[in-house]
Write a protein that binds this ligand. Structure first.
Ligand code: FAD
Length: 503
């Protein structure tokens, strides 16, 4: 009732379907129980609700929800309000992206989906530099984590490509922050898991957009040849653009049947090379995925540039899969796979995903113990693996990465199915995730989790390591009552009696 009196321009909803949506996320592993859902149209709408929660003695929390693509309830809340940042209802709308073509940046609403950022900037022949593999994620959601894809080796994660933010803090203040203004808040919010404020506007760096992409996949049966080539390719980050790829990723193929999973659409049935002839008996294949951007006007040189780069690599020579496609279609490739999975009822299923950053010195050991060991020859989803350069990550942000100059992302993106097949069940996959983490612990592989999820504060302290004190200090400054993003389960909300209330 208190919130209803606040005079909000957006919409506050207790509609059961809104509440149900906000109770769930992509993981389908946990459920929240919000009291209401706010569809804001401005930073002021959000500030009013956060201020009310900050001053409330009843114990109200506030969680921003982007597109709800978290796995473990990170955007959920119970006994609080979910601020639904993406998608809007009713007549009023949040501001549309504003492109500053000359300055080469765009101002976007925190709930804007990356696909819509792309569409808006392409109207000016520009595009952001650093991406995620999937574009139906919100700007605020990925900036609260890092935002990574095959461009990160070159441009850093998305959080390295932001100039300025507007943020509603846990006290309900609306602050602009950047390198030069409210600097501490700026760095804390980037990769800050929603703990210090709600991002309502982000100013994102742009570059001239290519219009075509040459997308190449090559296979390896030898892990060390595969990782040496990946590391060689990312070491070229400082070279001129015609002497490096624009995108470097890779994935692991532990079972031949899975060659057609949702991340490997390039291996289509009409492809002439039969993967089965390449598969080592009982072994594992590794697929290097690289891409080069170009413009139709420079199409004459792309063949030579690619040939020069491929010549230095040691893949299985008969395993080159190449396709040319529009830049937009390349960036939006996972959405095409999503549509296929949706049509088969395989999208809205539980996703016990595990994302790990692994120091490069230990990646061979990880391969032996996990890809060639724990996983067996069955897996129910893509397994991505690609290296990144730590010097492209700003150490002042809140995100934590391993203590080495190079580290890998390994993403086990598996879906649990009720198919009767034990290896696809949620329980089996959860157990396997625990086994992988235990193996790393026992083998001294100092992994850091990406999109982390823990249930005790001690585990969070271990996760943040020497960044914990700072993280805690920033929390006390910007969200002293711990009302924001409680679904991350880092801090417990505190609600003192009225007489002890902060001024
Ligand atoms: P939500 O799940 O809604 O929120 C995530 C967290 O951020 C919550 O704690 C929430 O409270 C907080 N938050 C949301 N909005 C704001 C805001 N405006 N201000 C402050 N805090 C906020 N990640 C990558 O890096 N690279 C990938 O390639 C990639 N691919 C993916 C593909 C799929 C199919 C899926 C489901 C996820 C993928 N992700 C990837 C993970 C994704 O980046 C995270 O799950 C991200 O949190 C999702 O964004 P969202 O907008 O759905 O956020």
């Amino acid at each position: 009732m208190e919130i209803l009196r606040l005079g909000i321009d957006g919409q506050l909803s207790v509609d059961p379907s809104d509440v149900e949506t906000a109770s769930l996320d992509f993981g389908l592993l946990t459920r929240g129980q919000p009291l209401a859902v706010l569809h804001p149209v401005s930073a002021q709408d959000i500030a009013r609700v956060v201020k009310a929660a900050y001053g409330s003695n009843q114990g109200m929390t506030v969680s921003a929800r982007g597109h709800g693509h978290s796995i473990n309830g990170q955007a959920q809340t119970t006994n609080g309000v979910v601020i639904q940042m993406s998608g809007w209802k009713g007549g009023n709308k949040p501001p549309r992206p504003h492109v500053w073509a000359e300055e080469r940046y765009v101002d976007v609403w925190g709930g804007e989906l990356w696909i819509d950022v792309l569409k808006s900037t392409l109207e000016y022949g520009l595009a952001p530099k650093s991406w995620t593999d999937y574009l139906y994620l919100s700007v605020g959601g990925t900036l609260s984590n890092a935002g990574i894809s095959g461009q990160a080796f070159n441009h850093g994660p998305q959080i390295s490509n932001v100039y300025e933010l507007d943020v509603v803090t846990g006290k309900g203040e609306v602050l602009t922050c950047s390198e030069d203004e409210n600097t501490e808040l700026f760095h804390a919010v980037l990769g800050g898991l929603g703990q210090f404020g709600i991002i309502t506007r982000a100013r994102i760096s742009l570059e001239p957009a290519p219009n075509m992409v040459r997308w190449i996949r090559v296979l390896y049966s030898n892990f060390s040849a595969f990782t040496s080539d990946q590391e060689h390719l990312i070491s070229l980050h400082a070279e001129p653009s015609n002497q490096k790829f624009d995108y470097v990723e890779g994935f692991v193929i532990v079972a031949e049947g899975l060659i057609n999973n949702w991340r490997s659409s390039l291996f289509s049935p009409q492809n002439p090379v039969k993967i089965s002839t390449l598969f080592p008996t009982g072994g594992v294949l590794y697929c290097l995925e690289i891409a080069k951007n170009y413009h139709e006007s420079t199409a004459q040189t792309i063949d030579q540039e690619v040939e020069f780069l491929l010549k230095k690599l040691n893949f299985i020579s008969t395993s080159v899969f190449t396709t040319d496609l529009l830049y937009v279609d390349f960036l939006d490739r996972v959405h095409m796979a999503e549509m296929k999975l949706r049509s088969k009822g395989l999208w809205e299923v539980p996703h016990p995903w595990l994302n790990l950053f692994i120091p490069s010195s230990k990646i061979a050991e990880f391969d032996k113990g996990v890809f060639k060991g724990i996983l067996g020859n069955k897996t129910s989803g893509p397994i991505l693996i690609y290296p990144m350069n730590k010097n492209k990550w700003d150490h002042r942000s809140s995100v934590v990465t391993p203590d080495e100059g190079l580290f890998y992302l390994v993403a086990l993106l598996r879906s649990a199915l009720d198919s009767g097949e034990e290896t696809q069940s949620l329980e089996y996959l959860n157990n396997q995730n625990r086994q992988i983490l235990r193996y790393c612990d026992e083998a001294g592989i100092k992994v850091k989790r990406y999109l982390p999820h823990y249930t005790t504060q001690q585990e969070w302290m271990d996760h943040f390591g020497n960044k914990w004190d700072r993280f805690y200090e920033m929390k006390m400054e910007f969200d002293p009552r711990h009302i924001l993003a409680s679904g991350q389960r880092i801090f417990t909300p505190t609600f003192p009696s009225l007489s002890n209330m902060p001024s």
